[in-house]
Design a protein around this ligand. Sequence first.
Ligand code: EPU
Length: 419
Amino acid sequence: MDKLLVEGGAPLGGEIRISGAKNCALPLMAATLIACGKHRLSNVPRLRDIMTMRSLLAHMGAVCEHATDLEIDTSDIHTLTAPYELVKTMRASVLVLGPMLARYRRARVSLPGGCAIGARPINLHLKALEQMGVEIALEHGYVVGEAKRLRGARIVFEQVTVTGTENIMMAACLADGVTVLENAAREPEVVALADYLRLMGAQIEGAGGDEITITGVAELHPACCEVIPDRIEAGTYLAAAAITGGSLRLKGLRPEHILSVSQKFVDAGISMEIGDDFIDVRGNGRICSVNVDTRPYPGFPTDMQAQFMALMTIGDGVSLIEERIFENRFMHVLEMERMGADIELDGRTAIVRGVKKLSGAPVMATDLRASASLVLAALAAEGTTEITRIYHLDRGYEAIEKKLSAVGARIERVSGKGE
Ligand code: EPU
């Protein structure tokens, strides 16, 4: 299994181009199932999760080619099953449920099962589908959905759910009548999906707000669309500049998508100049400890919690970090402690007392964002850190060690067998 060796202490300097967002590309890819024909997606990042979604679509009969753009031909879908082998490696596979039900009125999707960051059930997706007339059964670990017809409904999500909103928005596009989603997710990726569905002929209003109205149409047609820049990758590289006391220009991003994140960096004393599609970030060596709690967009994203915690480990005081989205997203804490961080957990809150220096140590990646936080901690630590299980990182960060070494990080991937 590959590992990363990181020698800390080098301030980063230079430019990093931000890739397309994984969490935008995945729903767009799933959405191609809703309209028969050839679709084209640009700015799709080359990541493991994208490969998994390609495998899933191919399993169902789609023909996928990823040259500069990703072309997906959904003319010949012959299998309406998302198998356990694929869903267990990537929970976002559940995003095919809505489009399959919309177009074929039938779908069989493996239940995702456990997850390192929390229980992550899909009960809210299923409840909303039932309200739209889908009969749901659980058979041999699979959710089987069937509907004679899908009908519009008023759906109030008890909790904000990103893929839940996306799934139901897709299902509603071809339903009879009007569907209203209340307490909908407002993430930029939801807006991007609504834009794409509209290009296919869907009637959607209100995406980006907490109430989305979808008026069902008879049919959609294929379309071309560009994946939005990855706001979490951008936030991670902001943290890389800040934690090393370096200066980076992050290019090709949408600064308006990371306002809650960039504001926290400013509060922590990091200088930032924000342009139309770039951010210049400069760490000055001193990091002020600030408090953070994670919330649905436009709040501070849970997907940046671990990376921000890495920064706070060398803050000048005490930082309280409350995780309000996932109940178990603190797996990085024990690993950071191995590097000398002083963190106490109290339920959903981490109390992070800044230390002068982290020290390099062997650590293990446990999920995607936890892995990124360990890379950040390693960049700031004295000595060498060896990070194992980095396959998590490859799921969601395009060419991370190449991007970082191009701006001066001493980071190397070592291929190896076993752990
Ligand atoms: N929830 C339920 N029932 C449901 C759905 C959600 O109880 O049916 C709960 C979850 O357990 C969680 C909360 O609601 O406590 C929010 O979960 P949400 O459904 O919004 O998460 P998701 O859609 O499964 C997406 C991202 C995650 C990101 C979360 C939160 C994609 C493909 N995944 O997951 O991204 O953390 O929203 O913003 O968009 C990542 O990229 O590392 C990642 C985990």
